[in-house]
Design a protein around this ligand. Structure first.
Ligand SMILES: [Zn+2]
Ligand SMILES: [Zn+2]
Ligand SMILES: [Zn+2]
Length: 776
């Protein structure tokens, strides 16, 4: 009987078909189901949409043309936060008597595979709500909708439902509940949905933790900032320390209280127009600034910059971001036009995210606290990007990007890459995707170690997987190495620059082999010395060390990273040049350091390219002491004024220990002679960059000549140097090479955990060979 009726229905509407779509990717908690509901209405389809363990399933029934249009719109008009990774279509039997299209509750019992969206800047529609005095969310600092707002930072566990987020303590009022339940509403199933009646509330506290009573906390906070006070402001992924960016005295007070001498601060300005008044902004940079990820964009300062000079001293770039939470918008509309907004922490400790922790740890820095009662489950720093060599590239990948997946070339078993010691971010490879954590930072203290431990557990929990292998750096003293070895699981130690190479290849879904130019400050080598100027040839399974910079002595080891004049003396000594008459020789303790060098004690060997920049900066008289990592290198690049000389210094190659050494002594000798003859830092910097480009390109040609490879991967923190990177990439590309550079991931150590994870998979496949000697 039912059969007959079904056939009857078929003959009545011969054109009807029913299709089932399985949609994978970031499709939950991003307004995907109401979106499907609206489309079904538009194309007059019946059926249902439901969240499942692996994404979203939609069944729709109607005329084939409309079904086609529905599918196209599903892809083309997906909500801003959704990312469709896969869409599988299936023809299925018609269902009789379906009244319309419905949104079904989540199916339970299946293992969850869905992705958690990163946190997204407040959208235009929500901004209109908070600016409209007739709207019930007028001036409400926690306004959000399915297209915007906090996500990753509020997730405690999965599935992504309000009771499993830090919104669990706030019961929806009847009006918010109505929005939450109405598929036609912008806030349908927006888990952080809130209003002034039922949602989080702001409070202002003084240094002793006492609540300051004001009718309007935002106005009061704006006045405190305008009066030069330092405010700790609770944001999306943690606290910021904020001061009026035009108040020199206040900015200096923040520096001295925070123990941060010269490292640049980022600023947040009202809008794009305000950003343009401070910096030169290109089209791609503008897109990045105004994007839903709302990162800090490193921009070129205008000559007439009207901000406190101590925000980014000696730096021709300024980190700028636009407001990304409703609270920021309201503060910048009513307080100072530009605010220094720096992560609230002591030097290298993790970002402060908890109210009680803020009152305790920031008591010596902040004058007052603007906070709220929505807990932060996951701390997440601001992300940083820069336009370089034709693309906007990541410097720090965190809020707005984490934990969005990186698609891999191949699927494989779950592996965790623990990253390095500095700028740490871990990576969980699962199936065909890799999930990079937010920036965890410098792993130099117990707090960072705990934060790392917490993120590693959380990532495995929310992605419902347990790593079969933990991959760590070869450095035995790294906290991440110790963590991996303490977990009681299989581990693999991987050479630092091999991980850089594998990461760059993985990001480009390139199987290799390729020639890798790996340039950074330091990475532990297989010979127990510090590497960092390496030409590797290989892939994720293994690589040969084809060439390296000539190793040079670092007198005092780690002390030389800060006191870069020590490096200068070491390199001059090795190059057979007397430092007398040069500024680096006039530093206190220079005589002792030379004595150490003569006796060959207390020095470590390094082929680190970052150290080369340090040495040249000091020999040229530009800088002898670095107050933050990379400072000497940044200033040496800036000294060149954006220009590279036509002719460089001498360089050479020498075969030693089964590899080529790129000889630096000839250049060091010529630089010392030039400086003695009165050459300024600009000339030295322009010729130095030319030399480096020439030497690296020559090394790449030699490697290509030996192997026939024409693909060159660039990775390592040195490639944040715009002058070097652009000139080298141009040189290589004009010689017919394909150049791979990081874009989605930082080229610095913030990107190496991806490489570790894919190398780990090669190990599990039995293909791992590691670093091999070059026997070409
Ligand atoms: Zn919104
Ligand atoms: Zn409400
Ligand atoms: Zn590195």
């Amino acid at each position: 009987m039912a059969d007959l009726e079904a056939r009857g229905a078929l003959s009545a509407r011969p054109k009807s078909e029913r299709r089932r779509f399985a949609v994978g990717g970031i499709v939950q908690g991003v307004g995907f189901r109401p979106f499907a509901w609206r489309l079904a209405g538009r194309f007059e389809l019946t059926g249902f949409v439901r969240n499942t363990g692996s994404g979203v399933v939609i069944e729709v029934e109607g005329e084939p043309d409309n079904l086609d249009r529905f599918e196209a719109a599903l892809r083309d008009e997906a909500p801003p936060l959704a990312r469709i990774a896969s869409l599988v279509r299936q023809e299925i039997a018609l269902v009789e008597g379906e009244p319309g299209f419905v949104i079904l509750e989540s199916s339970s019992g299946e293992s969850m595979q869905t992705l958690i969206s990163p946190d997204i800047a407040v959208c235009a529609a929500c901004l209109r709500d908070i600016a409209d005095s007739a709207n019930r969310r007028y001036r409400y600092a926690f306004t959000n909708c399915t297209d915007c707002g906090p996500r990753y930072t509020i997730v405690e566990r999965i599935p992504y439902d309000r009771p499993f987020t830090t919104m669990k303590g706030f019961s929806l009022c009847p009006e918010c509940q109505r929005e939450y339940g109405d598929p036609a509403d912008r806030r349908f199933h927006a888990q952080p949905n809130a209003c002034p009646v039922c949602g989080p509330k702001l409070e202002l506290r003084d240094v002793s933790g006492l609540r300051l009573e004001f009718d309007d906390e935002i106005l009061a906070a704006g006045e405190l900032l305008s009066g030069g006070k330092i405010l700790a402001i609770k944001g999306v992924g943690g606290f910021h320390l904020a001061v009026d960016a035009s108040n020199e005295e206040a900015v200096q007070r923040l520096r001295s209280r925070k123990g941060r001498e010269e490292k640049p601060f980022a600023v947040m300005v009202r809008d794009l127009a305000a950003a343009r008044e401070l910096c030169e902004i290109g089209a791609d940079e503008e897109v990045a600034l105004a994007s839903p990820q709302a990162p800090i964009v490193l921009l070129r300062k205008r000559a007439d910059l009207r901000l406190a000079a101590s925000i980014a001293p000696g730096n021709d770039r300024l980190g700028v971001m636009l407001p990304y939470s409703p609270l920021h918008f309201l503060l910048l509309r009513e307080g100072p036009e530009a605010l220094v907004m720096t992560s609230a922490n002591f030097s290298e400790e993790p970002l402060v995210a908890d109210n009680a922790e803020a009152l305790e740890r920031l008591a010596g820095i902040a004058d007052a606290f603007l906070m709220h009662d929505r807990p932060i489950a996951r701390r997440c720093d601001d992300s940083v990007v820069v336009q370089l060599a034709g693309a906007v590239r990541m410097i720090r990948r965190s809020r707005g990007y984490a934990p969005a997946p990186i698609r891999l070339l191949e699927s494989g078993p779950p592996v965790l890459g623990t990253g390095g010691e500095l700028k740490n971010a871990l990576c969980l490879a699962k199936g065909g995707e890799a999930f990079m954590s937010q920036h965890i930072g410098d792993m130099k203290n117990y707090e960072a170690y705990r934060h790392f431990d917490d993120v590693a557990a959380h990532m495995q929990r929310i992605f419902r997987t347990e790593a079969e292998l933990l991959v760590h750096d070869l450095h035995p003293a790294y906290m991440t190495t110790r963590w991996a070895l303490e977990q009681g699981k299989p581990t693999l130690g991987v050479q630092h620059h091999h991980a850089h190479l594998a990461s760059c290849l993985a990001e480009h879904r390139h199987s290799g082999p390729a020639i890798g130019l790996m340039l950074d400050g330091v990475g532990y080598g297989t010979d127990d010395t510090a590497w960092g100027g390496e030409v590797l040839i290989g892939d994720a399974a293994g690589a040969v060390r084809f060439a390296s910079l000539e190793p040079m002595p670092l007198p005092g080891g780690d002390a030389a990273v800060r006191q870069v004049w020590r490096t200068a003396l070491g390199w001059l000594h090795r190059s057979g040049v007397s430092p007398e008459g040069l500024e680096c020789f006039r530093q206190p303790q220079a005589a002792q350091v030379l004595e150490m060098l003569d006796k060959g004690v207390g020095t470590a060997e390094s082929s680190g390219c970052g150290r080369l920049f340090d040495a040249v900066a000091s020999v040229s008289g530009l800088r002898h002491e670095a107050h933050y990592e990379g400072q000497a290198a940044i200033e040496l690049m800036q000294a060149a004024g954006g220009r590279i000389a036509d002719a460089g210094y001498s360089f050479g190659f020498e075969r030693q220990h089964g590899r080529w050494l790129m000889l630096l002594s000839p250049m060091l000798r010529e630089i010392a002679a030039a400086v003695r003859a009165g050459a300024g830092a600009t000339e030295v910097a322009q010729r130095f960059h030319r030399t480096l480009v020439g030497m690296l390109a020559e090394a790449a040609h030699m490697a290509s000549h030996e192997t026939g490879l024409k693909t060159i991967a660039l990775s390592g923190g040195v490639f944040q140097n715009q002058l070097l990177t652009e000139a080298l990439a141009h040189n290589l590309e004009s010689n017919g090479y394909k150049v791979l550079m990081h874009e989605q991931l930082p080229t610095n150590d913030g990107g190496i955990s991806l490489g570790q994870a894919v190398i780990g998979r090669e190990f599990l496949r039995g293909r791992y060979k590691g670093i091999m000697n070059c026997e070409l």
